[in-house]
Ligand binder design. Structure first.
Ligand SMILES: [Zn+2]
Length: 259
C-alpha cells in the first residue's frame, strides 16, 4: 500500500484495527494485542497505533482498562449520542428498558433465527456452562473474560433487528458505567443461568416465540437486579403469592415438557 503521509498512515491503521473487529478475528470480549505488537503488525509508530486505539474507544468499539489491557467491546460503533441521551434516565428506568429489549429480542429470535444462528447460540450456551453467573454485563468477568454474554448478544443477532441490537449495546454500556454498576447485582447462580439459557435456547430452537418470551422474562427477572444501600434486592416486579404460584406452575410445566 502506498502510505505516504501521517494521516494516510493513521487512516490505514484505524481501518486495519476496525477490520480485525468487524470480521470477528478479534471477537467481542477478547483482549487485543499490546501497542508494540500492533505497531509491528501495522508497520507504523506506536503513537499512530495509540491514536487509532483512542478513536475506536471513542466510538465504543474497544475499551482500555488500566492494568488489564484493551478489550473489544462491540463489533459495531455505539452511538455516543445514545449514551449521552441515557444519562438523563435513572438506573431503574434503564434496567426496565433493558428487560423489554431482551424479551422482544427473544421473541424475534424465535421467529427469525437461521440454522447458523441456532448453531452459534448452542455453542455460546455450551461455552458459558461453568460460569458462576450469567456473564451478561461482565459481572462474572475473570481475567480475559467477556464483558458481555455471547449468548445474549447472539439472541440480538438472531432477532435480525439492527435497532434492537444498537439500543441493547447502548443500554449495556450505560449499565456498565461505575455509577450504575455498583448498584447492580447478578443474583442468579451459575446453575440457574444454565437452566434459564437452556430454556430460552430450546424455545428458539422450536421457533416457539411464546415460550421464548416467557423463558426470557423468567431469566431477566433475576439475572441483573438493583440492590439498595442495605444490599437487599429490589425486585423488578412485586407479585402476590397467587401470581407467583401461576408463574411457578408455568415454569414446572415447561421443565417437565423439556425433560
Ligand atoms: Zn443470561
Amino acid at each position: 500500500m502506498a502510505v505516504t503521509t501521517g494521516s494516510d498512515r493513521a487512516r490505514a491503521t484505524l481501518a486495519f484495527l476496525r477490520r480485525k473487529i468487524t470480521t470477528g478475528e478479534w471477537p467481542v470480549g477478547s483482549r487485543i494485542p499490546i501497542e508494540p505488537e500492533l505497531a509491528e503488525q501495522t508497520g507504523v509508530g506506536r503513537s499512530t497505533v495509540r491514536e487509532a486505539v483512542r478513536s475506536l474507544a471513542s466510538i465504543g468499539m474497544i475499551e482500555t482498562l488500566p492494568g488489564r489491557g484493551t478489550f473489544v467491546r462491540s463489533a459495531a460503533p455505539t452511538s455516543t449520542l445514545l449514551n449521552e441521551f441515557l444519562t438523563d434516565f435513572t438506573l431503574e428506568e434503564i434496567l426496565s428498558y433493558r428487560r423489554a429489549l431482551e424479551v422482544e429480542a427473544a421473541q424475534q429470535a424465535a421467529m427469525h433465527r437461521t440454522d447458523e444462528d441456532l448453531a452459534a447460540l448452542e455453542r455460546a450456551a455450551t461455552e458459558e456452562i461453568g460460569c458462576t453467573r450469567c456473564p451478561v454485563l461482565g459481572f462474572a468477568g475473570g481475567e480475559d473474560s467477556a464483558f458481555d454474554s455471547k449468548f445474549h448478544r447472539l439472541i440480538f443477532d438472531s432477532a435480525k433487528n439492527r435497532l434492537l441490537a444498537a439500543l441493547y449495546a447502548g443500554i449495556n454500556d450505560r449499565l456498565r458505567t461505575p455509577e450504575h454498576r455498583g448498584r447492580l447485582a447478578n443474583v442468579a447462580t451459575g446453575a440457574e443461568m444454565e437452566r434459564d439459557h437452556a430454556r430460552v435456547l430450546d424455545a428458539i430452537r422450536r421457533r416457539d416465540f411464546i415460550d421464548a418470551v416467557h423463558a426470557m422474562v423468567d431469566h431477566v427477572d433475576h439475572d441483573v437486579v438493583i440492590v439498595n444501600d442495605q444490599h437487599e434486592v429490589v425486585p423488578p416486579l412485586t407479585r402476590t403469592p397467587e401470581q407467583q404460584q401461576r408463574i411457578d406452575t408455568a415454569r414446572e410445566a415447561q421443565d417437565k415438557a423439556q425433560a
